[in-house]
Every structure is written in C-alpha cells, then in structure tokens.
Ligand binder design. Sequence first.
Ligand code: MIG
Length: 793
Amino acid sequence: MQEPIEVENFKKHPGAVSKVTRRENKFFFFCKQEALELSIFSAYIIRLRFSANGSFDRDFSYAVRPNFIPQETEIAFEENAETYVIRTIAVVCKIVKENLKVHFHTEAGLPILEDDTGFHWETNRQLNGNYVYCSKKIQEGEYYFGLGDKTTELNLRGKRLQNWSSDKYGFEKETDPIYRDIPFYLGLHDKRAYGVLFDNSYRKFFDFGYEDETVASFWADGGELSYYFIQGPELVKVVERYADIAGTHEMPPLWALGYHQSKWSYYPDSKVLEVANEFRTRKIPCDSIHIDIDYMDGFRCFTWDKERFPDPKAMVEKLHAMGIKPIPIIDPGIKVDDDYHVYHQGVAGNHFCRRSEGELMKGDVWPGNCCFPDFTKPEVRKWWGSLFKELAEIGIQGIWNDMNEPTVFGNVTFYDDVRHDYDGDNASHRKAHNVYGMQMARASFEGMKSLRPDKRPFCLTRAGFAGVQRYSAVWTGDNIASWEHLWLASVQCQRLAMSGVSFVGSDVGGFIGEPNGNLLARWIQLGIFHPFLRSHSSGDRGDKEPWVFGEKIEKIIRKYVELRYKLLPYIYTAFWQHSTFGTPILRPLSFMSQEDPETYFRMDEFGFGDNLLLCPISQPHENGKWMYLPKGNWFHYWDEAYYEGGIEIWTDAPLDTLPLFVKAGSVIPHYPVQQYVGEKKIEVLALHVYHVEGELTSTLYEDAGEGYGYQHGQYNIIKFEVKGTKKSLHLRRIVEALGYESEYSSCEVFLHGLPFTATKALVDNEKIEMKYTKRSYMFRFSWKKDFQEIYVS
Ligand code: MIG
C-alpha cells in the first residue's frame, strides 16, 4: 500500500477576539483582521457574517424577502473569562474569545448547534478570492433534512451534496446537483430541531458527516460566509421562521390548484382544442393545458408559429369557453436574428449578458444561437415583464419558465466570466448562476402581475434559488416514467416543501419514456396530493393522457382527479396557511410527530395540510402496504376503519385505492365535483366531520379565489371545534374573520365514525332529522351555512 501523501493544509482560521462593539441588534467581533457580524433578527433568528479581511460586502441577498426586518426582542450580553454570551428568550449563543467559535445552546445548557472548526477560509489563487467554510459538530443521533430538490433519502446524514443549478435531463436517484439551489437545511437531535440558511449564491457544498462522521460543514467557492441560525425546537416552526426570512408563495388563482395537462408538444391549435374537448367529453376535470415550445415561430420567445397557431386569440377564447386556461412555455434564450423584435430590443436596450471583455454571451439553445437577458438587472426584468403584453392581452394567465438554470447546449451553462448586474453589484456568473432562474421567474411573474393587476398570475419555473417561492411554483424537472421516479417525486416534493417551496409537483407519469397504466394510476394518486398537479410527457414514446391506457385506468384517474376537486377548499386552506404562516403544505412524518423518533426515517407516508395523511404506493405489484400511522387517531378515508396511531399497520391498496387517512376530530370541507374551477356555482359546502374522543380544531379559509381583494380583508376564516366523548359529539363553528360573501348558502354535514347510535341531534338548539346513510354510523343533514353549533348524542 502507498503511504498517504502529506498535503499542506492551506486553510486559515480566525485568531482571538480583540474587540467587541454593538449597534442596536448587531454585534461586531474583531480579531486581528477577521471580523464577525452577528445580528439578532428575532429571539429565534440570528445571522452570522464572517469576513476574513474585516470588511463586509453590501448587505444584499436574493434569498431574503425585501421587507424582512429585525423584530424587537430582549437581548442580554455578557462577557465571561473565555466567552461572550448573547441571550434571547429562545437561545443562548456563545462566542469563544480564543478562536471565534460559535455555539448555540438552550437556556438549560443543552447543545443545539456547536462549531467544530467553525469559520475558516482558503485563498482561491485563480480567482483572487476565498473559499469560505464553516464546520459544525454532529450531535449524537443527529438527522439532517431540507436542501431543496436532492434526489436522495430524506435524511442527509452521511452525504456530501453540491448546490449548483443544473439541467439534469433524466436524472436518477443520487444525481447531484440538479435544478435548484436551496441552501437551507434542518438539523434534528434529542427531539429538537434548528435550521441553517447558508446565504451565499456561489457554488456550494454541504457535508453531513461524509468526510468525517463527527463533522457537518458547508462551504462556497467564493463570497461571504454568511448564515442564518434558526431556532426551533419544532421542525414546523423552523420552516415557518425560515419562511419569515425567505418569504412564501402568494395565494394562487384557485384554478391553478386544479388539474393541468401537458405534453411536449400539443400542436397545432386544433390539437390543443381536441385535447380540451376530450377532457370534457370524458368528464375528467381539467383547468389548464400547457403549450410547449413548438407553438413559437422557430422557438422565438413571444412569437407564435403562423401555421400551427394562426389565431392564438381565437384559440384562447375557445379554450376559455371550455374553462381551460392555456399556459405557454418561455425560455431565456433569445434568438440572434435581426428580424426579431425581442432580439432588437434586447441589443438596443443593452439587456443581454456580456462576457468580461464586453462581447455578448452567446450560446446555442432550441432556436440556434442565442443571447440571454440579464435577469439580475432591474431594468431588464422590467423589459422582460413588458414582453408579456400581447400574451396577457389575449387572455394568458399563466407562464411556464424553462431552461433557466441557465442551460446552454454543449457548454452546459454560461461561461464563468459572464458579467451580471446582480442588482447593482456587477458580479460574475460564478456568483449569479444560481439566482438566474429565480430572477427570470420573478421577471415573468412581476410582468404578468403589472399587466393584469386585478388577476393573480400563475408562474411555474424549473430552476430557482432560496426564496423562489415568492414568485413561482416549481416542478421537479425531466424525470423518468419508472416506479423509482414515482418514489423520488414523493421524496423530492416533501423535501422542497420543508425547504420553503410548497407549491411543487412532478411530471406525473414521468417525462421520459412511457409509463404503463398502473404506474400512471399510482402516480396520479400521489399527484393529487402535490400542490401543483400536472401530467407532462416528452411525447417521445406515445401519449399518456388519462384515457390512453383503457377504461379501467381512466376510471381510476377520474376518481382521483374528482377527489382533488372535492378537496379544493381543504387544499386552498392549506395553501393559505403556507402563504400566511409559512407552514409547509406537505409534511414529512417527522413534522407530524416529532416526539416519536420512529417517524424520522420514514419517507413513504406524509401529511397534506393539517388533517390528511397518505402513503402513496410506489411498487409495481403492491396491493397493500405496511405503513406507520403517527400518534393520534385516524380514520381510513375510504372504508372509515378507525385506528390508533403510533404503530405500523397493514393497509390494503388495490389499484384504485390510495392509502389515505383522516385525523379523528377533523372537519374536512368538500366542494362538489366540477369539470373546472368556476364551472358551477357552489350552492352547498359539504362538511365531513370525524368523531374524536377528545377535541380538535380545524380551519377553513375562503376568498374569491382570484384577484387581490383578499389582501384587503375580503376573506373568511372559520374554525370548527370538535369535542367528542364515547356518547356524544359537539361541533362549534367559530367565525374568526368574515370579509367575503361565499357563494353557498347551506352546508351539508356528514358525521363519520360515531362510536354510538345517535338518537338526538340539535343544531343551534333545534331538533333535526338526520338521514342514516349506507356507510356505518354516517349521518347527514343540511343546514344554513352560518350555524353555530351541532350536538349529537
Ligand atoms: O430541452 O420545452 O424540462 O418540461 O417539455 C428540453 C421542452 C426543454 C425541458 C423541460 C420540459 C419541456 C422541454 N424542455
């Protein structure tokens, strides 16, 4: 065996702290040259910026929402012999005088996050900058979650991962990096969780005990070592506090939560209309058809192919008459072509990215040789936004942003030396690469919004950086029609949700290759519980619309798409919780039952909103599944069987059955099935009430589902409080906000799972007759929508 080679260690470490100053919520620790700026943003959020040379860059980040400001909080500071100690009501932060190490503890002295080597750096001679590092101790039994779209197990312990936005056509399990850069992770040990947002846009690495099993570290190819420490201890709270920093999705138009159908590509216009018709004839609900790149004239963005789409306006009108909102795709590459208005404007306005010597950055994409707008420049975003004018005028309400990693054929992405404005910083592509896609999505979103100020735009993107949720929904990219990819899609979407991006979905059925009917049916069952629901396909190997695999499969797909439309008020409420509080819509099992370590390595089961739990089937011949029900009591959605959680159960799952469970005590609102959002006036709201021995409160949020009235008080928040015993059920309807006139005037109440035979039912103290339905212990009756309480015994 060869002797290991001694490598000189070029890494440098901070020296002893020589001076400390304070300005309001900010502390500065100076060493010989190095400096640390520590800012308290709230009792739970502390930011650390380390500088090797004592000077700091402009305080600017695309990850952070513009109106994120420090909250008033009590801060105590004390100097001891060996440490400085900063205390808030939630966390104790110690800075070691000798070496600038930083340790976060609880008030009781229990470790949360402690430095191993802490801050260090190494000169990057080629680029005349630094590689910047920070390394932490791994606590015993620590789990690591988050980090965006990683294609691996939920727990990242033992892995090294890289963040560099990359187009990975046909990615597989363990492919890394892929499309997005979300440098936010969660650590969980001793049942307590915290989060770290490494706020740096350069190429980054995260190592969770891969190199040294006792050390977790993160580093970047340049820029500042700046990170936010976020205290929990609840996983959900960590994500909510992260959302406080990086923002949330705005409420989408309700139709965008319906079913989307896509293929590369539906053309000509008659084909689009034919697909739309097929949905209506077969009565499979659908709200949108996506129109892929072949609608353009030679792939020129913001143009239409005159032969395939001679009259886009007329097509859009016909689609609208059927309730279909078409969503065209848009790419960043602008064809170099003197006869093309977008190219002209781009050159004239100096909107395109340039190389370091000043010539335009050119690269080949679909249209041939292209230039690329610098979306990190405010004027360019404005210009880009204005290009949607014609699309907006013909009624387009949604935009699909693709290829924005950015992707260039051959050389993969831009050259490193390409210059970007970076909102005033003049940065190289090394710094701007990972934010490019997000800024494109932002430009599209803001453009659409300003062109149709009374409507909520729907925006979809493939690439993104932390904070992309402020502008766009995300899909996971070019996956494959395989069972492994169905599993991957489930894990990726859970991971994205806990990384702050809740409006997510995968290409249902798989983009590349051809699913069989069973795979498509199972994938639809999962897709129904992804906030963004779209079937898409590269079209390379046949069609995969819901009807191509025969009647049996079509029937299953219809059943689940109908379920999606029934659950819309529930899904919309979960979205509002995300939008308002940052709560993830998809909740890994650990988020549902953090006190139970059994949940930490579970990936199949997950929660959707407050009260639903599912376990998608991801194996070809599975007719049932051993799955874990978290603590609490549960009803099987389909057969109403009752379970006590905290155990593994066997659940039957023939092809038409998705294992789906409802929390005991919950009230799940349902709409009637519609073929598209707004097809019918909702006359009656169905309330499905599940008995509990104990109590539980559920929420219903309602607004117009479109426009911005909701930002001016035009919404309702209604709480349903269920209290039950072995012999009774008491439901109270509590109005917390009432600013919107809902369409329905009555409710139909369904009582599920009563453990007694009901003989008496009172609504607001009036005795009522209940209909006993076929399903055991299920009662139903209608009442006016503003009832206050129901008592059944
Ligand atoms: O190089 O527009 O991920 O959804 O159908 C392929 C064609 C470009 C990649 C996207 C995919 C889309 C396809 N696009």
